[in-house]
Design a binder for this molecule. Sequence first.
Ligand code: SF4
Length: 181
Amino acid sequence: MDIFSKIEEIAVKCDFFETGYINIANLKYYPEVRKLCEANSCRNYAVSWACPPAIGTVAECKDRVDKYDKMLLFSRKYDLGDSFDFERITEYLLDFKQTVDIFDRNLKGFLKEYLLLSNEGCGRCAECTYPDAPCRFPQFLHHSLEGYGFMVNELAEEAGVHYNNGRNTVTFFGALLFNLK
Ligand code: SF4
């Protein structure tokens, strides 16, 4: 089975809603998105190894991405009774993170080197070790997609997947960067 078919097979097992490839040469990195991180509206800034400033500058993030040949964007959609049910949104984000972990575990079997990014911070531990000690689970540390300076709606458009899936839904995104050899 070729690498694309194998990744697709795992993505289906993970019940991703949509997937699509992005040409790495077309990626745009926005320092203004990083400014939003710094404004800390998501409350993840400077409290996690998965988010800025721990993940390095936007230029360093770009250098990390540029080592790979391919980028797959994937999404998972969740239905909500009410678009403002933040408690349910938080539960679904956790579910999404757990799904990304399952994706990761399956990828480890056949991809030698790859980078997996996902929406928002980490949240795996009750209290992150940042910045006093190394991450407890570096093998499952998935950097924030937004933290890299990406506009996720633009990534979705480039990949041909839906950014907004309608009223009373929430959609989370992640990206897999990998090499063909
Ligand atoms: S796995 Fe734990 S220590 Fe590592 S970034 Fe996540 S919360 Fe922090």
